[in-house]
Design a protein around this ligand. Structure first.
Ligand code: 0O2
Length: 214
């Protein structure tokens, strides 16, 4: 991303950063809504339950840059922080996740830069989610800016687990007692089990509906 010359206090550049990342988020949200509407039209079914979008706070950006040993400059922010713009796509079933990944990857103006499949390879904590870092072109009056967006795709059940785990992590400032960690791992196992059973149930309902010609 090319930013205009910084002024003394850097405010213009920061404003420009948020403007561009906000535009990228809007584009991604609209793209996802269109795909969801089309999917409903063709398959009579919505793979996306809901979408959450956020711009990372300046405090979190600075924290991440410090953690990775970078100076807090606008340039470093744009270069090293991949999740300034983040979108979370929540779906009902695990199979929807890969459908959405394919649909995103096939969009001609989206460039997939990196993926992390924590669905097939969950974290030791039990965390499951599919992560993509993509760029989308943001069309300004005088130039086009390819802008990074982090996409997290997960089921409702995985999201429920991740939200609570995130809160717990934050409460204990990373030093979570062992018995809570093991309980979380056990809950993650139950979440995976629930996702498998709900998917199976849904497939059975769809098969019956097809059989009855409805
Ligand atoms: P926040 O507050 O949610 O923004 P990165 O640090 O992004 O450069 P990393 O950590 O290898 O590199 O990226 P990864 O694994 O793709 O994780 C990025 C984001 O995924 C995190 O952002 C979290 O939102 C989420 N995440 C990853 N692991 C976990 C986990 O074990 N539990 C929960 N609840 N969320 C997780 P941030 O910036 O760490 O946090």
């Amino acid at each position: 991303m090319e930013l205009r010359e910084d002024n003394d206090d850097g405010i213009d550049s920061w404003k420009e950063v948020t403007l561009i990342y906000n535009a990228a988020l809007k584009m991604m949200e609209t793209k996802m809504e269109i795909l969801n509407d089309e999917f409903q039209h063709v398959h009579r079914y919505n793979p996306i339950e809901h979408i959450k979008a956020r711009i990372k706070t300046p405090e979190s950006i600075v924290k991440k840059l410090k953690r990775d040993g970078h100076e807090s400059t606008i340039d470093n922010m744009v270069k090293y922080v991949n999740d300034i713009a983040g979108i979370r796509i929540i779906c009902s079933f695990t199979s929807d996740i890969y459908r959405i990944v394919d649909m995103i990857s096939e969009q001609r103006d989206i460039r997939v830069m990196a993926v992390k499949d924590y669905i097939t390879f969950p974290k030791a904590s039990g965390y499951k989610s599919y992560h993509m870092i993509v760029t989308v072109p943001v069309y300004l009056s005088d130039r086009t800016v390819d802008t990074k967006v982090e996409i997290q795709i997960r089921t409702v059940a995985m999201d429920f687990w991740a939200s609570l785990e995130h809160k717990i992590h934050y409460k204990f400032e990373g030093d979570v007692p062992e018995y809570i960690k093991s309980e979380l791992v056990e809950c993650a196992r139950m979440v995976s089990d629930l996702d498998v059973r709900m998917l199976k149930l849904n497939e059975e309902i769809l098969a019956i509906t097809r059989e009855r010609g409805r």
